[in-house]
Design a protein around this ligand. Structure first.
Ligand SMILES: CC(=O)N[C@H]1[C@@H](OP(=O)(O)OP(=O)(O)OC[C@H]2O[C@@H](n3ccc(=O)[nH]c3=O)[C@H](O)[C@@H]2O)O[C@H](CO)[C@@H](O)[C@@H]1O
Ligand SMILES: C=C(OP(=O)(O)O)C(=O)O
Length: 441
């Protein structure tokens, strides 16, 4: 078991290269199941635990996968199983994205109820509503969902009650091989949806409108394998932009795509962060002090919920009080307790957090409760006095490629150490479930 130890107060400098987007590559790997004619080649596949999990999920179905450096070759010509088992699916919610492709190609998918970050109840009713509208029957029981269709799925109109990213992706993949046209209304508009649609269209699908609220998918009889390069990870890029801002440093974020990051860029600019775009990335530098701003998370093109905790870390150092409102997930303030242990002033009322500024953050023993919360604790640690020890690192490994070594290269005092499980358990029992303990008290 590992923990990350950060000693705050160092300035950062240099450049960091953005990886391929986790939230684009996971549905793209799943979409490779739709081709029965040889090998799809996917470039810029980031080395993340979630990618490894998706690879294992597809291998269990019979796909042949070779993953070397950042290129993944997926050959799903032979599918031998239509089942996503509990031990894999519980690790990652995106495993549920195999259901649309399996249903469309094989007429059947059985899968354990999905896991993922504990940031809300995260139902899958909108996915199921889409499949049912296309003629599938759904059975639920003993922690599994089974979806079946006789023959091909039928094109249909699906209005999503919430603009769900995963439901839009799952329905789009299912509809790509359906008989007739599917129209998804109130579709999610995230850049990762556009990347998936581009991948499917290159495979021979007929999808129009991805990136808008209405997506039309004319089903085709078969899809073929292609080569594709995944878009850069806008959340990873945003996290490093906050690392620059919270340490009062200048960094170059190579490969960051400003077009996908406008809500984050404009909020940081509102705070006083200086951001200049060139053809390969973003130059970020931060004066001291930064201004307090209010942040409200919304589906794209609103401010991303996946950047909320990192932004809150930054607001702790801003000059004045900020209001952070989380509208996408009902339980995404789990990082607040850890910030409080680091001497922060924050009050949470429902989905709103009042974040005091000018905090003198102090190192503490804290635990990452989800992926982005973990990133936010590293960021807070970079700006805190003394040492911050972060456990729960497996969450961070789901979504950040080599975050410790990358920050070390930029000049941060950060290291990852292996510890005995018993030691972590002992520390956790001393301080309660979330292992939060001020080291400065
Ligand atoms: C692998 C991946 O791409 N994960 C991202 C994806 O997750 P994910 O696709 O799971 O998120 P959704 O967009 O589906 O969820 C948004 C909201 O819709 C609700 N909902 C969703 C589906 C459904 O059937 N019913 C329902 O009520 C959820 O509980 C949540 O409150 O989008 C989220 C919102 O931008 C991001 O935080 C995640 O990082
Ligand atoms: C919440 C996230 O991931 P997931 O949907 O896989 O839990 C995330 O990437 O921040």
């Amino acid at each position: 078991m590992s923990k990350i130890i950060v000693r705050g107060g160092k300035r950062l400098s240099g450049k960091v290269k953005v990886s391929g987007a986790k939230n684009a590559v996971l549905p793209i790997i799943a979409a490779s199941l739709l081709s029965s004619d040889g090998e799809s080649v996917i470039h810029d596949v980031p080395h993340l635990d979630d990618v490894m999990t998706m690879m294992q999920v597809l291998r269990q179905l019979g796909a042949n996968i070779v993953y070397d450096r950042e290129t993944m070759r997926v050959d799903a010509t032979k599918i031998v199983s239509c089942e996503g088992t509990y031990d894999l699916v519980r690790r990652m919610r995106a495993s549920f994205l195999i259901v649309g492709p399996l249903l469309a190609r094989m007429g059947r998918a059985k899968i354990a109820l999905p896991g993922g970050c504990a940031i809300g109840t995260r139902p899958i009713d909108q996915h199921l509503k889409g499949f049912e509208a296309m003629g599938a029957t759904i059975e639920l029981g003993q922690g599994y969902i089974e979806a079946k269709v006789d023959g091909r799925l039928r094109g249909s109109k699906v209005y999503l009650d919430v603009a769900s990213v995963g439901a839009t992706e799952n329905i789009m993949m299912a509809a790509a091989l359906a008989d007739g046209t599917t129209i998804i209304e109130n579709a999610a508009k995230e850049p990762e949806i556009v990347d998936l649609a581009n991948y499917l269209n290159a495979m021979g699908a007929r999808i129009r409108g991805a990136g808008t609220g209405v997506i039309r998918i004319e089903g085709v009889e078969e899809l073929h394998s292609v080569t594709h390069t995944v878009i850069p990870d806008r959340i990873e890029a945003g996290t490093y932009m906050v690392a620059a801002a919270i340490t009062g440093s200048s960094l170059y974020i190579e490969g960051a795509l400003a077009d996908h990051m406008m809500p984050v860029i404009s909020k940081l600019q509102e705070m006083g962060v200086v951001i200049n775009e060139d053809e390969n990335g973003l130059h970020v530098s931060a004066p001291d002090p930064l201004k307090a701003v209010d942040v409200k998370t919304l589906p794209y093109p609103g401010f991303p919920t996946d950047m909320q905790s990192q932004m809150m870390a930054l607001l702790l150092k801003a000059d004045g009080t900020s209001i952070v409102t989380e509208t996408v997930f009902e339980n995404r303030f789990m990082h607040v307790d850890a910030f409080l242990a680091m001497n922060a002033q924050i009050k949470v009322e429902g989905r709103t957090a009042v974040v005091g500024g000018n905090n003198r953050l102090k190192g503490a023993k804290v635990c990452a409760t989800d992926l982005r919360a973990g990133a936010a604790l590293i960021l807070a640690g970079l700006a805190a006095d003394g040492e911050t020890e972060i456990t729960g690192i497996h969450h961070i490994d789901r979504g950040y490629v080599g975050i410790v070594s990358r920050l070390q290269e930029l000049g941060a005092d950060i290291r990852r150490v292996e510890v005995e499980l018993e030691q972590v358990e002992e520390e956790m029992s001393e301080v309660g479930l979330f292992a939060i303990q001020p080291t400065w008290a």
